[in-house]
Write a protein that binds this ligand. Structure first.
Ligand SMILES: NC(=O)c1ccc[n+]([C@@H]2O[C@H](COP(=O)([O-])OP(=O)(O)OC[C@H]3O[C@@H](n4cnc5c(N)ncnc54)[C@H](OP(=O)(O)O)[C@@H]3O)[C@@H](O)[C@H]2O)c1
Length: 347
């Protein structure tokens, strides 16, 4: 049996997995290093002497069961999640432990809700998809901005990224999602996902100072269109991306993020500006920080910590805003995020 502090990280040697491993250690957890490639696992152990590595494959359920033995929870950082999420959720359910992933793939996130909601609830466990920069942070901000509103007409999530140097995993996930959509685009309108071929609009988004107004691509649809409507009555959820970062992502010579500090973070900065509208009333919440991959680690690890210490509001498959006390969660990340959230959202 495990100590209750063992947390398995599948895809531990990936770019995001490494941030998650480091964050778990900082928080006093003992990461179990899981992945499909034994050599890459051994190389990671060299950077973390004393940690245990366990090779496991999504094609081999018994290997996943062995890998999760003694783990109190699992964080899945291996994408594309269209391939990895379901086998890992199945293994977590067999082990009776909570599952958290960082998936930013809309269709894979929808699948996790659709396929596992009842079984996870029946098992009394919690499965949290998209517990990362995309999906999780926007949901926490929208939930916080909503305050005592139980419904809103619209939620807008504008991503002000200074640049976007994507990892191999991000690009691979984009390809898989594109294939699943047959090359079509997706948006969330009228209370459902809508696939279309319309050109994406370019507009100006009024980010707060010091970033200020920026050219953004509208309907640059991210995982927030799954996480937010999963628990909030908002029929229009729209996401926007700074045009510069969108261009970086699709550049044929897109380069991987380069570390500029001792924590391995890149120089990329972000502002996530959230606006919810109900009738003629608007509420806003903003978070700013450095490196969208690095920030995903405290988001996922804070989620696991809250689950393992009983600070949850529901069981089953649920997004960050549904499972956790959203304002409290955001406050707990104050050393990683600069926050401007409403002090009073009543009335
Ligand atoms: N929601 C968000 O904001 C957010 C934030 C960060 C990351 N992500 C997502 O997380 C995923 C990983 O990103 P990353 O930046 O860490 O990329 P990365 O550095 O390229 O790492 C990808 C990891 O996934 C593993 N992997 C891929 N397919 C696998 C499979 N079929 N079985 C087992 N392992 C597999 C890779 O292992 P091998 O080396 O053996 O292939 C590697 O460990 C991507 O899907 C990315 O979009 C989302």
């Amino acid at each position: 049996m495990g100590s209750g502090r063992n947390v398995a990280v599948f895809g531990a040697y990936g770019h995001t997995g490494r941030f998650v491993v480091a964050e778990l250690r900082e928080r006093g957890y003992v990461p179990l290093l899981l992945g499909r490639d034994q050599d890459k696992l051994l190389a990671l152990v060299e950077a973390h002497p004393g940690l245990e590595a366990r090779q496991a494959s999504v094609d081999d359920p018994a290997s996943l069961d062995r890998a999760l033995n003694g783990a109190a929870a699992v964080i899945n950082c291996a994408g594309p999640f269209a391939t990895t999420a379901a086998p890992l959720v199945e293994a977590a359910l067999r082990a009776g432990i909570p599952y958290v992933d960082v998936a930013a793939e809309i269709e894979a996130n929808v699948d996790t809700f659709a396929h596992f909601a009842e079984r996870a609830r029946a098992a009394g466990t919690v499965v949290v998809p998209a517990m990362a920069f995309y999906g999780g942070l926007g949901d926490l901000l929208v939930t916080t901005a909503m305050g005592d509103w139980t419904a809103a007409d619209e939620a807008h999530i504008a991503y002000g990224l200074s640049s976007w140097h994507p990892t191999t995993g991000t690009l691979a996930s984009g390809v898989v999602s594109g294939q699943r959509r047959s090359g079509r685009r997706v948006r969330y309108t009228g209370g459902r996902l809508e696939y279309h071929d319309d050109a994406l609009p370019t507009l100006e988004w009024p980010f707060p100072a010091p970033l200020g107004p920026q050219s953004v691509i509208g309907e640059f649809t991210m995982a927030d269109v799954v996480t937010i409507p999963s628990h909030l009555a908002v029929p229009e959820v729209r996401t926007y991306m700074t045009a510069k970062a969108a261009a970086d992502l699709s550049a044929p010579d897109a380069s991987a993020p380069a570390a500029v500090d001792e924590r391995g973070r890149s120089a990329q900065t972000f502002v996530v500006d959230v606006l919810v509208r109900s009738g003629d009333k608007e509420r806003r919440a903003v978070a700013a920080g450095q490196d969208i991959y690095a920030i995903s680690a405290p988001l996922a690890v804070e989620a696991v910590d809250r689950i393992l210490t009983g600070r949850t509001r529901t069981t089953g498959v649920a997004s960050a805003g549904a499972v956790f006390d959203a304002p409290d969660f955001l406050r707990a990340l104050s050393s990683h995020l600069s926050l401007h959230v409403p002090l009073d959202t009543r009335g």
